[in-house]
Design a protein. Structure first.
Length: 249
């Protein structure tokens, strides 16, 4: 059957043809918008397979927009993901679950809210609100170690939220553990690691989420500085003590 015949059959309402056409545009033509169009048609006709593929394809498009766009519109991305979550839940209500797709959608919603929270145009009240929402989506993924990226942005969200004085001591400790692990193990794989290294250094210097350790703080500040984050002012606050270690003044 050629594509015209398949399209005619899909336009007549044939569910198998609708699903096949969505798969064709997704896998052969690599046209996500057309795939979403046909999977939406099938989902509205109560096809569980189309519901799953619709949710998965929207999630894939949101990842692409976040990572490939110079200035992603996170409100639009979140709106798309809310639609994906709706169809994912509809499929689950029918007794068909796809946990990987569900977790991807939740991860992308959480990450998008985190980026909204650090947007220069976002005021403090909205930043705090967006961080709360980001944490609510990302924290459940930590228990299943869903992905390095989702864990990283959970750490960033918890850290930034702690600066508002809102997190519990356990959450602040979790933020410290996550960010330190990311700096130590994924420095060349994750974004903004110089900034994160500075944050870990400051947490050591202040004893926020960890015991104060000025020697360790100095290590992370120097690492951040060497990676391009200007730490000259904070580095000047270190002085050697009588025991060969450092004080932070």
């Amino acid at each position: 059957m050629n594509i015209k015949e398949l399209t005619d059959l899909a336009n007549s309402g044939d569910i198998k043809a609708i699903y096949s056409l969505g798969k064709y545009y997704l896998n052969i033509e690599k046209e996500l918008d057309n795939a979403i169009k046909w999977f939406t048609t099938g989902a509205k006709k109560c096809s569980e397979k189309c519901m799953h593929m619709l949710a998965s394809t929207i999630a894939s498009k949101s990842v692409m927009l976040r990572k490939q766009s110079e200035s992603p519109n996170y409100f639009d991305i979140i709106s798309m993901l809310d639609n994906a979550l709706y169809w994912d839940n509809k499929a689950a209500e029918s007794g068909s679950e796809d946990k990987d797709t569900h977790n991807t959608i939740c991860s992308e919603i959480g990450i998008s809210y985190y980026f909204l929270s650090i947007d220069p145009k976002t005021d403090a009240d909205h930043s705090m609100l967006y961080l709360e929402i980001a944490i609510s989506y990302l924290k459940p993924l930590y228990s299943i170690l869903f992905s390095t990226e989702s864990i990283f942005y959970l750490g960033c969200s918890l850290h930034d939220y702690s600066l508002f004085g809102k997190t519990s001591s356990k959450d602040t400790e979790l933020a410290f553990r996550i960010l330190k692990n990311c700096v130590d193990d994924y420095f060349n794989e994750l974004p903004s690691m110089a900034t994160v290294s500075y944050c870990v250094g400051m947490m050591y210097a202040e004893g926020r989420g960890c015991h104060k350790n000025f020697n360790r703080a100095l290590h992370y500040f120097q690492q951040a500085h060497n990676a391009g984050y200007d730490c000259s002012k904070v580095l000047n606050r270190f002085e050697k003590n009588l025991f060969g270690g450092y004080n932070f003044i």
